[in-house]
Design a protein around this ligand. Structure first.
Ligand code: ZN
Ligand code: ZN
Length: 193
């Protein structure tokens, strides 16, 4: 029995081999370097991908919604496209701005799998956002899960019904905290196709 359990654990923890796919990270506004370094290392570990931080774009003033005091997520995607590393590469934007899409109060991230570009928002991943004491470890882990999740979409995955899989849809921060940064065996098989 133990070897089977070990085999299952190792399937969830072995990085997916996306080494042939370069991922370019682009900052949208200012992003703390301690989060960026953790994201770069974590994405390399989870996906075995080549991750490079390539640029920074200013916050998009037209994307700001004064009454919501949030930025529209979709408006950032065209700004990221010029940083795409070739036709097969992916680009991931990272921002501390609070993002929304028209039908939702907020989003942790948004991916356009056709254009191969995505963005994640760190705003609601910080414990301070909810009036809790700061916790860098928790903040970093949440950011990595959201980053791996959006890259999973860019690699063709949809949402997964398993709450522990990184591709589970996070409707709330509790969903993000419950899941891990890795892909379940089914999602892993989907990536390897
Ligand atoms: Zn998703
Ligand atoms: Zn899954």
């Amino acid at each position: 029995m133990i070897p089977i359990i070990l085999a299952i654990i190792s399937l969830w923890t072995t990085p997916v081999n996306a080494a042939s796919i370069p991922i370019n990270l682009v900052l949208c506004g200012e992003v703390p370097p301690e989060i960026l370094d953790f994201l770069k290392d974590g994405l390399k570990k989870e996906l075995a991908a080549e991750v490079t931080q390539v640029g920074q774009v200013p916050m998009h003033p037209c994307a700001y919604n004064l009454s919501r005091r949030q930025y529209q997520a979709e408006a950032f995607l065209p700004l990221l496209l010029p940083f795409k590393p070739g036709s097969k590469g992916l680009v991931l934007g990272v921002t501390t701005a609070d993002l929304y899409v028209p039908d939702l109060n907020f989003v942790f991230g948004l991916a356009d799998s056709r254009q191969k570009c995505a963005i994640i928002s760190l705003a609601r991943l910080q414990p301070e956002f909810y009036g809790h004491p700061g916790n860098l470890r928790l903040f970093r882990e949440r950011a990595l899960k959201e980053a791996v999740h959006e890259v999973g979409h860019l690699l063709g995955l949809g949402h997964c019904p398993k709450p522990a899989c990184v591709m589970f849809f996070s409707n709330s921060l509790a969903d993000t905290d419950r899941k891990g940064p890795g892909f379940c065996p089914e999602c892993r098989r989907g990536l390897e196709k």
